[in-house]
Design a binder for this molecule. Structure first.
Ligand code: EPZ
Length: 421
């Protein structure tokens, strides 16, 4: 298993190119199931999750060509030859569950393993299943799988989500695109990745209105076609490197990011003492404050502060000039980075969903363990600022969501390398 070794204390200086959005592509790829025509996706990051999704779609009968050099993925499902998503794949990557809606919509049947929990929480799928039943699918849960049947096709319906769910919204939009009649989705999630999926589906011939609002209306089509679509940039990677500049008191230019970052994150970054200047397709980030200001943050569905940047922000706030509070309101166990940050000298206490972070003057390098994707990168950020050497094990978590992480940081002067242990 690889490890990442960092000798901290170097302010980052230079340019970092932001890759395409993992969480957009993990919804865009299953959309290929909805058509027999080719779907070409560009700006697709070269990540293990993308490889896993490619493998899953291939087992269903799609032709999938992933070209990491050109960041393109060509997909075509002329005929779906298998309707089953195995436990072994789904347990590795929860986003595999996003084949359920498209499979039922295209073929009238699907058998998908329930994803089960993961390090950050139970990760229920009840909202996905509620929506599919409202669209007319007959569901049966047995042996850890959900079997869905819709022999006469899906029928449009009104779906009211009690809480906003990214995945359930995506599964429902894809399923409803081929249902008979109109579907209304109320309290839909509004993450930019969902907007990107809608843009792609509309280009394929789907009739979808209400993008970026909580209310989506879909006129089902008997079939949709292929298209070429460029994925949006990864706003979580963007925010992560913003915070890497902050924790090292560096100055970096982040390129390839059209829409920048959401206001909730930008406001908190500026309150902390960062200088962020937006230009077309890039952000100029500077943080030369002697110490950063403490913050109070609650994670919320978009457009609130993203839960996927909570761990990274906590690493930065562990060195703030005062006490910060973070309330993790999306997932029930997304503080796995806390014990490891405390082993590096941070002073963080957890009470229920709330973390109290008392700023310390310095962090000390240590051997630490990665547990999930965003906790892992929070430890990288801490290592970039810590005195001495930090060794982060189980970096396969990082490879799921960050393309060329150590290369991008080393190009900005960080003393970071990957070691085979
Ligand atoms: C997506 O996960 C992202 N993953 C996550 O990013 C992200 O943290 C999350 O949205 C929230 O923004 C992908 O897009 C592949 P949810 P998803 O359904 O769809 C509960 C990363 O680091 N819920 O919006 O699984 C759920 O338990 C990953 O890139 C139900 O109760 O998230 C959670 O508490 C981690 N029942 C809340 O809703 C359901 O049926 C939000 O989950 C579905 C969800």
């Amino acid at each position: 298993m690889d490890s990442i070794v960092i000798n901290g204390g170097v302010p980052l200086r230079g340019e970092i190119y932001i890759a395409g959005a993992k969480n957009a592509c993990l919804a865009l790829m299953p959309a290929a199931i909805l058509t027999s025509e080719p779907l070409t996706l560009s700006n697709v990051p070269n990540l293990t999750d993308i490889i896993t999704m490619s493998q899953l779609l291939s087992t269903l009968g799609l032709k999938v060509e992933h070209n990491p050099q050109t960041s393109e993925v060509n997909l075509q499902g002329k005929k779906i030859t298998c309707y089953k998503a195995d436990y072994d794949i789904v347990r590795k990557m929860r986003a595999s569950f996003l084949v359920l809606g498209p499979l039922v919509a295209r073929t009238g049947q699907a058998e998908v393993s329930l994803p089960g929990g993961c390090a950050i929480g139970a990760r229920a799928v009840d909202l996905h299943l509620m929506a599919l039943e409202k669209l007319g699918a007959q569901l049966e849960l047995s042996n850890g799988y959900v079997k869905a049947q819709a022999p006469r096709g899906l029928k449009g319906s009104v779906i009211n989500f009690p809480v906003r769910s990214v995945g359930a919204t995506e599964n429902t939009i894809m399923a409803a695109s081929l249902a008979t009649g109109e579907t209304a989705i109320n309290n839909a999630a509004c993450e930019p990745e969902i907007g990107d999926l809608i843009d792609c589906l509309v280009a394929m011939g789907a009739k979808i209105e209400g993008k970026n609002t909580g209310s989506i209306r879909i006129q089902g089509q008997t079939s949709i076609g292929g298209t070429r679509h460029q994925a949006i940039h990864d706003r979580i990677e963007l925010g992560t490197y913003c915070l890497a500049a902050a924790i090292t008191r560096g100055e970096v230019t982040l390129k390839g990011c059209k829409q920048g970052l959401n206001e909730a994150f930008l406001n908190k970054a500026k309150q902390m003492g960062m200088h962020i200047e937006s230009e077309p397709n890039q952000l100029n980030i500077k943080c030369n404050a002697d110490r950063i200001n403490p913050l109070t943050i609650s994670t919320e569905p978009y457009p609130g502060f993203p839960t996927d940047l909570q761990a990274q922000m906590m690493a930065v706030l562990s060195l703030a000039n005062g006490t910060s509070e973070i309330d993790e309101r999306i997932f029930e166990n997304r503080f796995m980075h806390v014990p490891e940050l405390n082993r590096m000298g941070a002073d963080i206490q957890i009470t229920g969903s709330k973390a109290t972070i008392r700023g310390v003057r310095k962090l000390i390098g240590a051997q630490v363990m990665a547990t999930d994707l965003r906790a892992s990168v929070a430890l990288v950020l801490a290592g970039l600022a810590a005195h001495g050497t930090t060794t982060i094990r189980r970096v396969y978590h990082l490879d799921r969501g960050y393309e060329k992480l150590e290369q991008k940081l080393a190009a900005c002067g960080a003393n970071i390398k990957r070691e085979q242990l």
